[in-house]
Design a binder for this molecule. Structure first.
Ligand SMILES: [Zn+2]
Length: 132
């Protein structure tokens, strides 16, 4: 059964989010923490020409900020904790959550670029081998 384009984008981005090749879903997308591998070890798909740049950190800042800023305001308004305790808790949580989300977000962005044929991905094959 042929998947529609939106479903193929979702599948590829989910594979990228999980650190897997958006094309085959088996090979690893990252060589190191934020270093995208040049090509998939399983299917040979090339990723060296991705241009994720600063987009993943922007997305992580938006996601983490939308979670922590209301939390800090709420805790401070309800006076559950003193200010020093709010800083002592929120700073490591903010940094930790940002680090946890950064690689999956970058994987999803690279997979989105791959699916949409952006930058050097313009001549690639799609999820099922058809031209993008
Ligand atoms: Zn692959």
């Amino acid at each position: 059964m042929q998947e529609n384009n939106g479903q193929m984008l979702k599948t590829g981005m989910l594979r990228g989010f999980n650190g897997r090749c958006p094309h085959c879903g088996r090979g690893r997308l990252f060589a190191r923490f934020l270093k995208v591998t040049d090509r998939c070890s399983e299917c040979g798909e090339e990723f060296h020409h991705h241009r994720a740049d600063d987009f993943p950190p922007y997305l992580v800042i938006i996601a983490v900020g939308h979670f922590f800023v209301p939390f800090v305001f709420y805790v401070q308004a309800e006076a559950w904790l003193p200010l020093w305790a709010i800083f002592a808790l929120s700073l490591p949580l903010t940094i930790g959550l940002s680090l946890v989300l950064l690689q999956p977000t970058k994987g999803a962005v690279v997979a989105m670029q791959w699916h949409l044929g952006m930058h050097g991905f313009s001549g690639r094959k799609g999820l099922h081998g058809e031209r993008a």
